[in-house]
Design a protein around this ligand. Structure first.
Ligand code: ATP
Length: 216
Protein backbone atom coordinates (compact mmCIF):
# COMPACT_ATOMS: atom_id res chain seq x y z
CA UNK A 1 0.00 0.00 0.00
CA UNK A 2 1.34 3.41 -0.83
CA UNK A 3 1.87 5.99 1.87
CA UNK A 4 -0.89 8.56 2.17
CA UNK A 5 0.19 12.10 1.21
CA UNK A 6 -1.49 15.06 2.85
CA UNK A 7 -0.82 18.51 1.43
CA UNK A 8 -1.03 21.58 3.65
CA UNK A 9 -1.43 25.13 2.41
CA UNK A 10 -1.30 27.79 5.09
CA UNK A 11 -1.96 31.45 4.48
CA UNK A 12 -3.79 34.48 5.68
CA UNK A 13 -6.28 34.05 2.80
CA UNK A 14 -7.38 37.62 3.31
CA UNK A 15 -9.18 36.93 1.00
CA UNK A 16 -8.60 33.59 -0.74
CA UNK A 17 -8.09 34.05 -4.49
CA UNK A 18 -7.46 32.06 -7.67
CA UNK A 19 -3.67 32.07 -7.07
CA UNK A 20 -4.16 30.09 -3.84
CA UNK A 21 -6.49 27.63 -5.55
CA UNK A 22 -4.10 27.22 -8.50
CA UNK A 23 -1.24 26.53 -6.09
CA UNK A 24 -3.28 23.92 -4.18
CA UNK A 25 -4.40 22.18 -7.40
CA UNK A 26 -0.91 22.24 -8.93
CA UNK A 27 0.64 20.78 -5.76
CA UNK A 28 -2.08 18.14 -5.52
CA UNK A 29 -1.55 17.03 -9.12
CA UNK A 30 2.26 17.33 -9.37
CA UNK A 31 2.92 15.49 -6.10
CA UNK A 32 0.03 12.97 -6.21
CA UNK A 33 -1.41 14.29 -2.96
CA UNK A 34 -4.45 12.52 -1.55
CA UNK A 35 -5.81 15.84 -0.29
CA UNK A 36 -4.74 19.43 0.29
CA UNK A 37 -5.90 21.15 3.47
CA UNK A 38 -6.13 24.93 3.20
CA UNK A 39 -5.46 26.34 6.65
CA UNK A 40 -6.13 30.02 7.32
CA UNK A 41 -3.94 31.46 10.06
CA UNK A 42 -5.47 32.66 13.28
CA UNK A 43 -4.14 36.00 14.39
CA UNK A 44 -1.25 36.21 11.96
CA UNK A 45 2.18 36.79 13.49
CA UNK A 46 3.82 38.21 10.38
CA UNK A 47 1.06 40.41 9.03
CA UNK A 48 -0.96 42.91 10.99
CA UNK A 49 -3.13 44.49 8.33
CA UNK A 50 -5.65 41.67 8.20
CA UNK A 51 -9.01 43.22 7.59
CA UNK A 52 -11.30 40.21 7.78
CA UNK A 53 -11.66 38.18 10.97
CA UNK A 54 -10.21 34.68 11.22
CA UNK A 55 -13.74 33.30 11.14
CA UNK A 56 -14.60 35.24 7.98
CA UNK A 57 -11.36 34.16 6.28
CA UNK A 58 -12.18 30.54 7.13
CA UNK A 59 -15.72 30.91 5.78
CA UNK A 60 -14.33 32.29 2.50
CA UNK A 61 -11.93 29.33 2.24
CA UNK A 62 -14.85 26.95 2.85
CA UNK A 63 -16.81 28.60 0.04
CA UNK A 64 -13.80 28.53 -2.31
CA UNK A 65 -13.10 24.79 -1.95
CA UNK A 66 -16.72 23.77 -2.41
CA UNK A 67 -16.85 21.48 -5.44
CA UNK A 68 -13.04 21.27 -5.71
CA UNK A 69 -11.53 17.81 -5.95
CA UNK A 70 -9.58 16.87 -2.78
CA UNK A 71 -9.20 20.46 -1.54
CA UNK A 72 -10.42 20.92 2.05
CA UNK A 73 -10.77 23.84 4.45
CA UNK A 74 -9.07 23.26 7.81
CA UNK A 75 -9.89 25.80 10.52
CA UNK A 76 -7.61 24.51 13.28
CA UNK A 77 -5.33 27.57 13.35
CA UNK A 78 -8.26 29.97 13.53
CA UNK A 79 -9.38 28.23 16.71
CA UNK A 80 -6.05 28.45 18.50
CA UNK A 81 -5.64 31.26 21.01
CA UNK A 82 -2.56 33.46 20.60
CA UNK A 83 0.02 33.30 17.82
CA UNK A 84 -0.11 30.48 15.33
CA UNK A 85 3.16 28.89 14.35
CA UNK A 86 3.30 26.39 11.50
CA UNK A 87 5.65 24.12 13.44
CA UNK A 88 3.03 23.74 16.20
CA UNK A 89 0.33 22.96 13.63
CA UNK A 90 2.55 20.30 12.05
CA UNK A 91 3.23 18.74 15.46
CA UNK A 92 -0.51 18.66 16.12
CA UNK A 93 -1.21 17.06 12.73
CA UNK A 94 1.47 14.44 13.41
CA UNK A 95 -0.27 13.43 16.62
CA UNK A 96 -3.61 13.30 14.82
CA UNK A 97 -2.47 11.38 11.71
CA UNK A 98 0.28 9.26 13.27
CA UNK A 99 3.79 8.66 11.95
CA UNK A 100 2.99 7.07 8.63
CA UNK A 101 1.41 9.59 6.22
CA UNK A 102 3.59 12.08 4.40
CA UNK A 103 2.76 15.66 5.32
CA UNK A 104 3.65 18.09 2.52
CA UNK A 105 3.79 21.79 3.24
CA UNK A 106 3.08 23.76 0.04
CA UNK A 107 4.81 27.12 -0.29
CA UNK A 108 5.03 29.86 -2.89
CA UNK A 109 8.55 31.16 -3.53
CA UNK A 110 7.90 34.34 -1.50
CA UNK A 111 7.34 32.17 1.56
CA UNK A 112 10.37 29.98 0.87
CA UNK A 113 12.57 33.10 0.69
CA UNK A 114 11.12 34.09 4.06
CA UNK A 115 11.47 30.68 5.67
CA UNK A 116 14.42 31.40 7.97
CA UNK A 117 12.29 34.01 9.78
CA UNK A 118 9.72 31.35 10.74
CA UNK A 119 9.61 30.11 14.32
CA UNK A 120 11.82 26.96 14.65
CA UNK A 121 12.06 26.73 10.86
CA UNK A 122 14.69 23.98 10.96
CA UNK A 123 12.26 21.73 12.87
CA UNK A 124 9.61 21.91 10.13
CA UNK A 125 11.32 19.14 8.17
CA UNK A 126 11.10 16.79 11.16
CA UNK A 127 7.35 16.85 10.72
CA UNK A 128 6.79 17.39 7.00
CA UNK A 129 8.26 17.73 3.53
CA UNK A 130 8.32 21.18 1.96
CA UNK A 131 7.16 21.54 -1.65
CA UNK A 132 7.76 24.89 -3.27
CA UNK A 133 6.74 26.51 -6.53
CA UNK A 134 7.70 29.77 -8.17
CA UNK A 135 5.18 32.53 -7.56
CA UNK A 136 5.06 34.79 -10.61
CA UNK A 137 8.38 36.64 -10.85
CA UNK A 138 9.60 35.86 -7.32
CA UNK A 139 12.54 33.64 -8.21
CA UNK A 140 13.97 30.54 -6.62
CA UNK A 141 17.56 31.63 -7.31
CA UNK A 142 19.78 33.58 -4.89
CA UNK A 143 17.88 32.43 -1.82
CA UNK A 144 18.85 33.83 1.59
CA UNK A 145 21.88 31.90 2.85
CA UNK A 146 20.10 29.97 5.64
CA UNK A 147 17.37 28.83 3.24
CA UNK A 148 20.01 27.93 0.63
CA UNK A 149 21.73 25.68 3.20
CA UNK A 150 18.47 23.96 4.03
CA UNK A 151 17.71 23.35 0.33
CA UNK A 152 21.25 22.10 -0.23
CA UNK A 153 20.88 19.60 2.63
CA UNK A 154 17.30 18.46 2.02
CA UNK A 155 16.56 19.16 -1.68
CA UNK A 156 15.43 16.14 -3.74
CA UNK A 157 14.25 15.71 -7.34
CA UNK A 158 11.03 14.02 -6.23
CA UNK A 159 9.19 13.24 -3.01
CA UNK A 160 10.76 10.12 -1.49
CA UNK A 161 8.72 7.40 0.18
CA UNK A 162 9.08 8.96 3.61
CA UNK A 163 6.76 10.87 5.93
CA UNK A 164 8.91 14.02 6.14
CA UNK A 165 12.33 15.56 5.65
CA UNK A 166 12.73 16.62 1.99
CA UNK A 167 12.41 19.81 -0.01
CA UNK A 168 11.08 19.46 -3.56
CA UNK A 169 10.03 21.90 -6.26
CA UNK A 170 7.07 21.74 -8.62
CA UNK A 171 5.90 23.88 -11.49
CA UNK A 172 2.69 25.87 -11.81
CA UNK A 173 1.63 28.36 -14.46
CA UNK A 174 1.99 31.92 -13.10
CA UNK A 175 -1.22 33.42 -11.71
CA UNK A 176 -0.65 37.15 -11.29
CA UNK A 177 -2.74 38.01 -8.23
CA UNK A 178 -2.09 38.86 -4.59
CA UNK A 179 -4.54 39.45 -1.76
CA UNK A 180 -3.03 42.91 -1.29
CA UNK A 181 -3.87 43.98 -4.86
CA UNK A 182 -7.26 42.34 -4.56
CA UNK A 183 -8.12 44.31 -1.40
CA UNK A 184 -7.03 47.54 -3.12
CA UNK A 185 -9.26 46.83 -6.10
CA UNK A 186 -12.23 45.98 -3.88
CA UNK A 187 -11.70 49.16 -1.85
CA UNK A 188 -11.67 51.12 -5.13
CA UNK A 189 -15.16 49.77 -5.90
CA UNK A 190 -13.99 47.25 -8.47
CA UNK A 191 -15.57 43.75 -8.88
CA UNK A 192 -12.59 41.50 -9.68
CA UNK A 193 -14.69 38.53 -10.82
CA UNK A 194 -11.70 37.00 -12.62
CA UNK A 195 -9.59 36.82 -9.43
CA UNK A 196 -11.94 35.32 -6.81
CA UNK A 197 -14.52 32.51 -6.95
CA UNK A 198 -18.03 33.93 -7.37
CA UNK A 199 -19.22 32.64 -3.98
CA UNK A 200 -16.29 34.38 -2.27
CA UNK A 201 -16.99 37.66 -4.05
CA UNK A 202 -20.65 37.43 -2.99
CA UNK A 203 -19.53 36.86 0.61
CA UNK A 204 -17.13 39.83 0.49
CA UNK A 205 -19.86 42.09 -0.87
CA UNK A 206 -22.60 40.94 1.47
CA UNK A 207 -20.29 41.38 4.50
CA UNK A 208 -18.87 44.62 3.07
CA UNK A 209 -15.31 43.43 3.62
CA UNK A 210 -12.29 45.42 2.43
CA UNK A 211 -14.44 48.43 1.67
CA UNK A 212 -16.31 46.52 -1.05
CA UNK A 213 -19.69 47.90 -2.08
CA UNK A 214 -22.72 45.79 -1.27
CA UNK A 215 -24.73 44.93 -4.34
CA UNK A 216 -28.27 46.27 -4.17
P1 ATP B 1 -0.86 39.23 0.61
O1 ATP B 1 -0.92 39.91 -0.71
O2 ATP B 1 -1.77 39.83 1.66
O3 ATP B 1 0.58 39.04 1.08
P2 ATP B 1 -1.09 36.61 -0.53
O4 ATP B 1 -1.94 36.75 -1.75
O5 ATP B 1 0.40 36.55 -0.68
O6 ATP B 1 -1.46 37.76 0.49
P3 ATP B 1 -1.06 34.53 1.48
O7 ATP B 1 -2.25 34.14 2.26
O8 ATP B 1 0.01 35.28 2.19
O9 ATP B 1 -1.61 35.33 0.22
O10 ATP B 1 -0.42 33.28 0.75
C1 ATP B 1 -0.57 31.94 1.14
C2 ATP B 1 0.28 31.06 0.25
O11 ATP B 1 -0.16 31.16 -1.12
C3 ATP B 1 1.77 31.41 0.23
O12 ATP B 1 2.54 30.22 0.21
C4 ATP B 1 1.95 32.18 -1.06
O13 ATP B 1 3.24 32.04 -1.57
C5 ATP B 1 0.94 31.50 -1.96
N1 ATP B 1 0.41 32.36 -3.01
C6 ATP B 1 -0.31 33.50 -2.84
N2 ATP B 1 -0.63 34.04 -4.03
C7 ATP B 1 -0.10 33.23 -4.98
C8 ATP B 1 -0.08 33.26 -6.42
N3 ATP B 1 -0.64 34.26 -7.11
N4 ATP B 1 0.57 32.26 -7.06
C9 ATP B 1 1.16 31.26 -6.36
N5 ATP B 1 1.19 31.18 -5.02
C10 ATP B 1 0.57 32.15 -4.33
Amino acid sequence: MTRRRIGLLGGTFDPIHIGHLALARAGRDALSLDEVRLMPTGRSWQKNSSTASAEQRLQMVQLAVRGEDRLLADGRETLRAGSTYTVDTLAELRVEYGDDPALVLLLGSDQLRNLATWHRYRDLLGFAHIACTQRERIGLQDLPIDVEHLVHQHGRDALPDAPAGSIVFFVMPPVPVSATVLRERLAAGDRPTELVPAAVLDYIESHRLYGARALL
